[in-house]
Design a protein. Structure first.
Length: 321
């Protein structure tokens, strides 16, 4: 794997963002810059921005490439289950998909009961909730326990900057967000996608804990998987070899995600409010190393790290699109 020294050299080369005037209508998410072209394509540039506590915290070298290539791995591993929006990957940090009409719910699938935020299954269970988004949960579950069967806990898609709301199948249908038939099609696809993720991750010694999917309707009227799939920004992964021991001892699980930086921030009293603490280079490089390690572990492939400025490379590729 690339050394910490090499990773540090990439810090000044990080991709902060893009602002292409001629690509199409621009929409900036916390991590990705999206462009909708006039000919029905969605160009998504995955930047090196890291978000935590609903804020953009800093730039992490190679993070955009890790996320994009991990999504690529999973799109390819799941395309027999459901069609996805992908047209091509013209650069390590770019994916071009077909522009679809997004469906207004995010489909969250959980195999374990965990989490700390107010929308998480464990937070609600601990407060006494036994029917979570229409799923009846048994008594006596402990934090991080495997659920008897994976559950779907959909959430509505909040407008830019708003907070998502957890809902049940019945609420989705009552509110007219989806028809019952369409919900059931999505639910069945989600469970198959999650199951595929569980199987592939297990072979690599990883527990695929939970994730979320977004779907859209293609111009021909088909349901298509859009956005991204099974990356550390949308999913939780734990190391399988430590699971039982830690679970029995009531300890936290060893995680593959942005937890490292979140904990570093939390130790300094930052939980999303006020000024973001300055992040030292060592912490950025270690965060990057963990992302790269996760990529190599999950995909079983070596990460191709080029120490070079990302923006000019992306610019060159997209100028010829
Ligand atoms: N092929 C596609 N067609 C239409 N919309 C898409 C497609 N792929 C992704 N999207 C949508 O584009 C939006 C991309 O936003 P993005 O994820 O960059 O930011 P966000 O979801 O608003 O905020 P966050 O940064 O918190 O994720 C999402 O709503 C996603 O559902
Ligand atoms: Mg998003």
């Amino acid at each position: 794997m690339i050394s910490i020294e090499e990773i540090k050299k990439q810090i000044p080369n990080c991709l902060a963002g893009t602002n292409f005037a001629n690509l199409g209508k621009r929409y900036e998410g916390k991590v990705r810059d999206n462009y909708t072209t006039v000919d029905g394509k969605r160009i998504i540039v995955i930047t090196d921005r890291l978000s935590a506590f609903d804020r953009v915290i800093c730039l992490i070298p190679f993070k955009g490439q890790v996320l994009n290539q991990m999504a690529k791995f999973w799109f390819e591993q799941t395309k027999d289950i459901i069609e996805n929006h992908v047209i091509e990957y013209p650069d390590a940090n770019v994916i071009i998909g077909r522009e679809c009409k997004p469906l207004p719910v995010e489909m969250v699938v959980r195999g374990y009961i965990t989490g700390v935020t107010s929308t998480s299954a464990w937070y609600n269970y601990e407060k006494g909730v036994r029917n979570f988004c229409g799923n009846v949960l048994p008594e006596g579950l402990k934090k991080n326990q495997k659920l008897p069967v994976p559950i779907i806990t959909p959430s509505t898609k909040a407008e830019h900057g708003g907070h998502d709301e957890s809902v049940s199948r019945d609420q989705i249908i009552e509110r007219g967000l989806l028809t019952a038939e369409r919900y059931d099609t999505l639910a069945s696809a989600c469970l198959k996608l999650y199951q595929r993720g569980v199987e592939i991750a297990a072979k690599q010694g990883i527990i695929f804990v939970d994730t979320k999917y977004e779907f859209g309707i293609s111009p021909e009227g088909k349901i298509v998987l859009i956005d991204e799939i099974h990356t550390p920004d949308s999913s939780r992964f734990w190391f399988a070899d430590e699971y039982e021991k830690r679970f029995a001892a009531g300890e936290e699980q060893k995680k593959i995600d942005k937890e490292y930086l979140r904990e570093w921030l939390a130790e300094r009293g930052f939980r999303g409010e006020g000024e973001i603490p300055a992040i030292p280079e060592d912490i950025k490089a270690e965060t990057a190393r963990r992302y790269i390690e996760a990529y190599e572990l999950i995909t079983g492939q070596k990460f191709d790290a080029q120490v070079e400025p990302v923006l000019p490379r992306v610019e060159k590729v997209l100028l010829n699109i």
